[in-house]
Ligand binder design. Structure first.
Ligand code: NOJ
Length: 570
């Protein structure tokens, strides 16, 4: 499979890009997350796969995104939907093989799309060869040192080594049997028991991941989304948390196993590897940290390029709260010179349409706000269709270990969909009919709701009021407008209560205004938008008219309806 880099088509720069911007493509890229199980099924077995993704790449090119991030497709027993990797250099047969990955990367590049793959360095699968050997060889084996094995506490060693909790519920330790069958040591798993944590003090672990980076860079990928980037290094001596209690996905607690300063040395060494390759290969940290300032440390100039902004994702639909998190996000990135990122949905959280209150209008307004902010933005598959969370999946269909281990949550947390992740992973609809609405010919691994086809890509294409056309229009405006993307900073404007408004002025003087009504009633914004014209309004579908605010009577009277965002050219 190894091929010369020169043979590989390099992604073209997007429309309206200068050479310099192409050079720093990641500073304002819109990156689309593909969840391979649920995007498109090429072989009709009910499970999405790489052939399916490849066949649907034109949808992403038409949408106008710059890059695709693929959630894990590696060989895996799928205890955590592929975030439990048994072989980091192989594709799981249910997704295809390395030839499919190669073809996908090549096709994406031909379409001008960059490809980012998920790297899972905090833990492997318990089926990984190293872990299996560690079990077989027993205490004292050098293979055990690649993970965190410890004797238990209590008289018979039958209590865990410390009080750490798994994110999926219950203790973060599981006891194994010694090779002779007697109860033996415990191993650490911050997630499911099938996901043992690597010991990053072990040199073999460090060497292996540097080699893995090269393997995938040689395959032509443009970067890595680094899973649990904040978790690799644990506090020395593995001290107790002190306050056990259920931990949350994307949480902000200060913990002895997250966000330790030692992680940064690892990312400095990875940056050197990324920089050896042409074309600006990037690293993106999935780092849950206590505040935006801590997140910024991951993207210092000699570390990674981007970090997800979960503080933004976790912010309620409220003008003041949004203004605060936007300010703190931008302020924290300034000293390190990294782009801020924005994200509303991913495969771990309730889809933003449902999370923010259920109305499609609000979801669309939230999206236009996100896409108007300086920096890079992430779009999760299906949000461009306005998909809601599927909240009524039958229990026996669910596969999320967070659900399967729910009984282990002592405090009964996880009411509703919170902490449950299958509802945002339902295969997406491509056509109005068919056994799985065009997802594939063989049904779908999670049941799709009745009516899902009405939200399909085919159904929405060409309908100017559709959410899909709103996303397409927004991404086109964002690419073409000189004040959008990375460049101009945010200048807050005075606005009525509940309204968030800011101006961004391009170097050539062109001024763009974004106004968002998060309140419950329509707001008079006539003073704010006195001169100029609307570029796009979230509530009425795309309106790229250049001289009038057609189709938005309320807005032309200076009234911004509730749950509406307008993009305005001053
Ligand atoms: C974060 C991933 O996004 C999530 O899906 C996964 O369960 C955990 N990391 C563990 O790998």
């Amino acid at each position: 499979m190894t091929q010369h880099l020169a043979d590989r088509p390099q992604p073209a720069s997007g429309p309206g890009r200068s050479q310099d911007q192409a050079h720093d493509w990641w500073r304002d890229a819109v990156i689309y997350q593909v969840y391979p199980r649920s995007f498109a099924d090429g072989n009709g077995d009910g499970m999405g796969d790489l052939a399916g993704v490849r066949a649907r790449l034109p949808h992403l090119a038409d949408l106008g995104v710059d890059a695709v991030w693929l959630s894990p497709f590696y060989a895996s027993p799928q205890a955590d939907a592929g975030y439990d990797v048994a072989d980091y250099r192989a594709i799981d047969p249910m997704f295809g093989d390395l030839h499919d990955a190669d073809a996908l990367i090549r096709d994406a590049h031909r379409l001008g799309l960059r490809v980012i793959v998920d790297l899972v360095p905090n833990h492997s699968s318990d089926r990984h060869e190293w872990f299996q050997r560690a079990l077989r060889e027993g205490p004292g084996s050098p293979l055990r040192d690649r993970y965190h094995f410890r004797p238990g506490t209590g008289e018979r060693g039958d209590a865990p080594p410390n009080d750490w909790e798994s994110i999926f519920g219950g203790p973060a330790w599981t006891r194994v049997a010694d090779p002779d069958g007697t109860p033996g040591e415990w191993y650490l798993h911050l997630f499911a028991p099938e996901q043992p944590d690597f010991n990053w003090d072990n040199q073999a672990v460090r060497d292996e991941f540097r080699s893995l980076l090269r393997f995938w860079l040689d395959m032509g990928v443009d970067g890595f989304r680094i899973d649990v980037a904040h978790g690799l290094v644990k506090a020395a001596g593995l001290p107790d948390m002190g306050h056990p209690g259920q931990l949350k996905l994307l949480g902000t607690q200060v913990l002895p196993f997250f966000d330790q300063d030692g992680v940064h040395e690892i990312y400095r060494s990875w940056r050197q590897i990324l920089d050896e390759y042409p074309g600006q290969r990037i690293g993106v940290a999935e780092a849950w940290t206590p505040n935006a300032g801590r997140t910024a440390l991951y993207v210092r100039p000699d570390e990674l390029h981007q970090a997800f902004n979960f503080h933004y994702l976790n912010t309620p639909w409220d003008a003041l709260a949004l203004r605060e998190v936007i300010d703190s996000s931008l302020d924290s990135m300034r000293p390190v010179g990294a782009p801020t990122t924005w994200v509303l949905s991913n495969h771990d959280v309730v889809r933003h349409r449902t999370r923010l209150g259920g109305s499609l209008a609000r979801a669309r307004a939230a999206t236009l706000l996100m896409l108007a902010l300086p920096g890079s933005a992430y779009v999760y598959q299906g949000e461009e269709l306005g998909l809601p969370e599927v909240e009524d999946l039958p229990d026996d269909a669910r596969q999320d270990p967070a659900f399967l281990r729910r009984g282990a949550h002592e405090d009964g947390s996880g009411d509703g969909q919170e902490g449950l992740r299958d509802g945002c992973r339902v295969p997406i609809p491509w056509t109005p009919d068919g056994s799985s609405y065009g997802f594939g010919d063989g049904g779908s691994w999670l049941p799709q709701p009745a009516g899902w086809g009405g939200l399909s890509v085919a159904e929405q294409t060409g309908d100017p009021a559709s959410t899909l056309e709103l996303y397409r229009a927004a991404l086109a405006v964002r690419h073409a407008h000189p004040a959008l993307g990375a460049g101009a900073d945010v200048e807050w404007l005075e606005a009525p209560a509940g309204v968030l408004a800011f101006r961004r002025r391009a170097a050539d003087g062109t001024a763009f205004v974004c106004a968002v009504n998060t309140g419950e009633a329509a707001a008079d914004v006539s003073a704010l938008l006195a001169t100029g014209k609307a570029l796009l309004v979230s509530g009425t579908g795309p309106d790229t008219a250049t001289d009038t605010v057609t189709g938005t009577d309320a807005l032309s009277a200076g009234i911004l309806p509730a749950d509406t965002t307008v993009w305005w050219q001053e």
